[in-house]
Ligand binder design. Structure first.
Ligand SMILES: Nc1ncnc2c1ncn2[C@@H]1O[C@H](COP(=O)(O)OP(=O)(O)O)[C@@H](O)[C@H]1O
Ligand SMILES: [Mg+2]
Length: 365
């Protein structure tokens, strides 16, 4: 049966050829968590995942699984099961044979194989498909079989490398929900790699945002979205991404202001991480849903005045693109009243939800 295992990566360094892909990386995954590694293509997500699986040798550092040092353990002895983006099913074997292959190889008794395959097939609604060959399955069904093949291993830790990337949009969202339910049913530790922020936001109990082999931020999706640690995370998440305005901090009349060209925002109540340096250029970040078009909110200031350049209808909301003294600002708007391009649109910035960053280093203030 599945045990609950934590995964602890310490000071990991991985060199591939002349590339240092990962340098001094730490990651702690608690038992039963669903951790998503999110980042752009080439940032080292697969390398990290495959090193946990034992498919890539580490150059330095250690990997513990369930409290045991597995840094140099054989992949089959780690209690992990890996699901790839490509299904890699055996074309000549039916679903049942594909799912049970590894168990037959390692000599698992037949009744035990049958029990595990039935359990996985039930969980993934594969029962009616057990005698089909991969060619007779849809893409979504094939990926279910690939997941089933991992489930029968009854591993302590399940690793997924972009398992939904080859599926069309509708199937991807369906299987995404099934994976989340599967995690809730099994309660097993899962580590899931994706470049898709929606998958990360919807699936993760905690997510690690990666860039250039370095974890930029590790936290719950809500934390990472609301309080990004740096400009990279701020703009990697969110559709459209966070609006960024350049300026400086100024103390004036007992208050602290963010002042940009034609813009003054009261940031007196902002939760600074340390004493702010008023001499350094900084960036104010505000999510499109915190830019209120119409200026009907709890105004602390006169509404700003933008010019509408574009409307993007999204069905349940729309994105207004406003030109504000040459800066394009996105505003998410629930209103339906038609708006003409070029119309003046008053807007307010919700100061409770802004982020401030050092412009040069990009880190959160
Ligand atoms: N075998 C290899 N030899 C040298 N460099 C590699 C090798 N495999 C991957 N890389 C490099 O390591 C980096 C991270 O790759 P990868 O972990 O696959 O990224 P991701 O999964 O985030 O897209 C990339 O720059 C890639 O070019
Ligand atoms: Mg990858």
């Amino acid at each position: 049966m599945t045990n609950l295992a934590n995964v602890s990566v310490r000071n990991l360094r991985i060199e591939l050829g002349a590339n240092t892909v990962i340098e001094a990386l730490d990651l702690d995954v608690r038992a039963g968590e669903f951790v998503v590694l999110l980042g752009p293509s080439g940032c080292g997500k697969s390398t990290l995942l495959h090193s946990i699986a034992g498919l890539i040798d580490v150059t330095d550092g250690s990997i513990e699984i369930g409290g045991e040092d597995m840094t140099w353990a054989d992949p089959k002895d780690r209690g992990v099961a890996l699901v790839f983006q490509s299904y890699a099913l055996y074309p000549t074997m039916n679903v049942e044979r594909n799912m049970s292959f590894a168990l037959r190889i390692n000599g698992t008794p037949k009744p035990e194989i049958e029990r595990r395959v039935k359990r996985a097939a039930d969980m993934l609604q594969l029962g009616p498909l057990l005698s089909r060959k991969p060619a007779q399955l849809s893409g979504g069904q094939r990926q279910r079989v690939a997941i089933g093949r991992a489930l029968v291993r009854e591993a302590d830790v399940f690793l997924f490398d972009e398992p939904l990337s080859n599926l069309d949009a509708k199937l991807r969202t369906e299987l995404r929900r099934e994976l989340k339910q599967l995690h809730q049913q099994l309660g097993a530790t899962m580590i899931y790699v994706t470049h898709d922020q929606v998958e990360a936001m919807t699936l993760a109990t905690r997510m690690a945002v990666m860039k250039g082999g370095v974890i930029q931020q590790f936290g719950t999706p809500a934390e990472v979205y609301a309080r990004p640690e740096n400009l990279f995370v701020a703009t990697f998440l969110g559709t459209p991404p966070m609006n960024l305005l350049r300026g400086t901090l100024q103390a004036d009349e007992g208050k602290l202001w963010f002042r940009g060209p034609q813009l003054s925002v009261d940031v007196t109540n902002y939760a600074f991480k340390g004493a702010p340096d008023l001499t350094r250029p900084c960036v104010l970040g505000v999510r499109p849903e915190d830019v209120r078009a119409g200026g009907r909110g709890a105004a602390q200031q006169e509404p700003l005045k933008g010019t509408l350049t574009l409307v993007e209808p999204m069905g349940n909301h729309r994105v207004l693109w406003l030109d504000y003294h040459g800066v394009q600002i996105a505003s998410i708007d629930q209103d339906k009243a038609p708006l003409a391009s070029g119309a003046p649109v008053p807007f307010e910035i919700d100061v409770q939800h802004v982020s401030l960053f050092d412009e040069a280093g990009g880190e959160r203030l």
